[in-house]
Design a protein around this ligand. Structure first.
Ligand code: ADP
Length: 593
């Protein structure tokens, strides 16, 4: 642009120079001609004054005058003609070579007006001349001529010097234009480079320097515009980051797709929920069955132009349930869709568990209550003998006791479930607490004809509530006794194993079929409901064991086979003071229950 500006300006100025030069040259040429004619006129006037002498000897006069003029630096041809145009005397030609000059334009004009002029190549001499002639009525013509080469020489010198001046002028103009253009273009160049930076995404581009006039105003406005754009972009980026942070931190999956079903955005949770870690922006919504189903829901939402709420179940391995909320998003030109996916498997499971729990509790409460009401009705309906009354009183006692147990167990469960941590944590000697729990069940063991033995490593310390530890052991040992066979045995062992206290309750009882084992620790789950009821079970014992173990960051597991007995293993972390050392296994002598 700068080059173009310099070139065009220089060319325009050069054209102006040339035009001015031609005009000046024409004027100068004209002035020279006038000057020539004045000089010829002056010579003719002198000749006219001496016309009488001239006519006496024209040839001598012509040569004489020519000689004078030559001496004074004037190269002038002098010709004398008679009235018929015959050359009487001429300073440049010899007598033999002279023609009649009457038809010459300057002679004809002089004949008509008294004085005539012409410029042409001489027929007699063969070079161009500037002629001036005067008519002396009755006497003839006097003619003076200056060779045109003199004028041409002057003019060509003038042309040459003017051309040289013009070249110098143009060079000077070019340099001045270049400097001026550089000055003029500097802010524009800066403006262009700043605009380029902004277009390339670097919004810090500014026009540096102070400029006056329109360029200054343009640079100022540009800088204000760039600053506003930069601020707007920063705000936009901050908002985008906030939004992205919110979306990435969401517990639900969020996906946006364009009208062709290509992913525009998806958060990390969406990848996890859909089980499609490779899915990312720019790829089509393809992959497993769940991805395709969600894509279809989004497509439907776009087609119908209204939000859709659908439940989607995926049975990839384990069954999981999702709710998909898909809504079309109308942009300026195109419609996209946004979907929020929530994994509701746990929620649904909890809902199901809650309703099952309510049904179970109702059922568990109803059974003893029905029995109590029945017994009371029978007692009230007629006079009963002492033995019958005692029987019903016993029934009432047993059912009330069962209710009491049930409510106790439910309260215990609810307390454990609500407690995130046990505030009554103390260092418990596992062997001591196990022996207390076992001792409390001595009567039950005796009545069931089951022998209980303990093999406990001494000094195992766990951090827990002693009552809760006794409750866990009590539940496991009681089950081992109750679901045993006459003359069966129960063995309780406690050892240290890799920073854990491992307590095992093994029995020689009826055992548990493998299909029951996965659900054994669920609330109210019983393998044999009637037998459990008969022996006063609530179906909550193992659930309490599981929850207490979890409360102390431990766990419980079972190994069993029908008819071969069961072994329940409770693992609790050793107390912090214990972890620093681990003694080799040491067995205490068997302790009878
Ligand atoms: P319950 O009060 O019925 O004993 P639990 O939760 O303690 O309830 O036990 C759940 C079920 O597990 C019992 O009904 C019983 O069928 C089975 N069970 C528990 N312990 C044993 C065991 N040692 N041997 C065989 N079956 C057992």
């Amino acid at each position: 642009m700068r080059k173009r500006l310099v070139m065009t300006t220089t060319l325009i100025i050069a054209a102006g120079f040339l035009a001015a030069f031609f005009l000046v040259a024409l004027v100068v040429q004209q002035q020279y001609r006038q000057e020539f004619s004045k000089r010829l006129d002056a010579a003719l006037a002198v000749m006219e004054a001496q016309s009488d002498d001239i006519l006496e000897d024209p040839q001598r006069f012509a040569e004489l005058l020519n000689g004078y003029l030559e001496d004074s630096g004037e190269d002038m041809r002098v010709t004398v003609l008679d009235p018929d145009g015959n050359v009487l005397g001429d300073s440049e030609t010899e007598e033999g070579e002279r023609e009649n000059h009457l038809d010459r334009p300057e002679i004809q004009q002089a004949l008509r007006t008294g004085r005539g002029y012409d410029i042409r190549e001489s027929d007699s001499v063969g070079i161009p001349y500037f002629y001036a002639a005067v008519y002396l009525p009755g006497q003839g013509y006097l003619r003076a001529a200056m060779p045109f080469s003199v004028l041409n020489e002057v003019l060509s010198q003038m042309w040459l010097s003017m051309l040289a001046c013009m070249a110098l002028g143009i060079a000077a103009v070019y340099i001045a234009c270049s400097i001026n253009a550089r000055k003029l273009m500097e802010p524009l160049a800066k403006l262009t480079s700043a605009a380029r930076r902004i277009a390339g995404g670097d919004y810090s581009g500014r026009v540096e320097g102070k400029y006056k006039g329109e360029v200054g105003e343009l640079a100022f406005s540009f800088n204000v515009m760039a600053k506003n754009t930069q601020q707007a972009m920063q705000n936009l980026q901050a908002k985008q980051q906030q939004l992205e942070g919110v979306l990435q931190g969401m517990d639900d999956g969020v996906i946006a797709v364009d009208e062709r079903g290509r992913v525009l955005f998806l958060n990390q949770k969406a990848r996890v929920l859909l089980g499609c870690r490779d899915l990312r922006a720019g790829l089509p919504m393809e992959g497993n069955l769940l991805v395709r189903r969600i894509a279809r829901v989004m497509e439907d939402a776009m087609r119908r132009g209204e939000p859709l709420h659908e439940d989607v179940t995926s049975s990839n391995g384990e069954e999981r349930q999702y709710t998909v909320y898909a809504a079309p998003v109308s942009g300026q030109k195109r419609v996209t869709a946004l979907a929020v996916i929530a994994d509701v498997t746990r929620m649904r499971r909890l809902e199901q568990m809650r309703s099952e729990f309510v049904a179970n509790v109702t059922h568990e409460l109803k059974t003893p209550l029905t029995s109590i009401r029945g017994s009371i009705e029978l007692l009230k309906s007629a006079d009963r003998d002492e033995e019958t009354r005692r029987y019903f009183y016993d029934v009432l006692d047993i059912e009330a006791e069962r209710l009491h147990h049930l409510i106790d167990d439910m309260l215990t469960l609810s307390q454990i479930e609500n407690a995130k941590e046990d505030p009554t944590l103390v260092q418990c000697d596992a062997a001591e607490e196990i022996q207390k729990a076992v001792a409390r069940l001595a009567r039950v063991a005796e009545s069931n004809q089951v022998a209980v033995r303990c093999s406990l490593e001494p000094g195992i310390t766990v951090e827990c509530s002693p009552q809760r530890l006794q409750q866990v052991i009590g539940n496991l040992v009681e089950n081992a006794i109750k679901y045993n066979v006459p003359h069966g045995a129960v063995t309780v062992t406690a050892v240290r194993q890799r920073q854990m206290a491992v307590i095992r309750v093994a029995d020689t009882g009826i055992g548990i079929a493998p299909e029951h084992i996965p659900r054994l620790f669920e609330r109210f789950y019983r393998v044999d409901t009637s037998r459990s009821r008969e022996i006063g079970g609530t179906g909550l014992g193992l659930s309490i064991v599981k929850h207490i173990a979890a409360l102390y960051r431990g766990d419980v597991s079972v190994e069993s086979a029908p008819g071969r007995g069961s072994t329940f293993t409770l693992r609790l972390p050793l107390a912090a003071s214990e972890k620093s050392f681990e003694k080799p296994q040491e067995k205490s002598p068997d302790v009878p229950a």
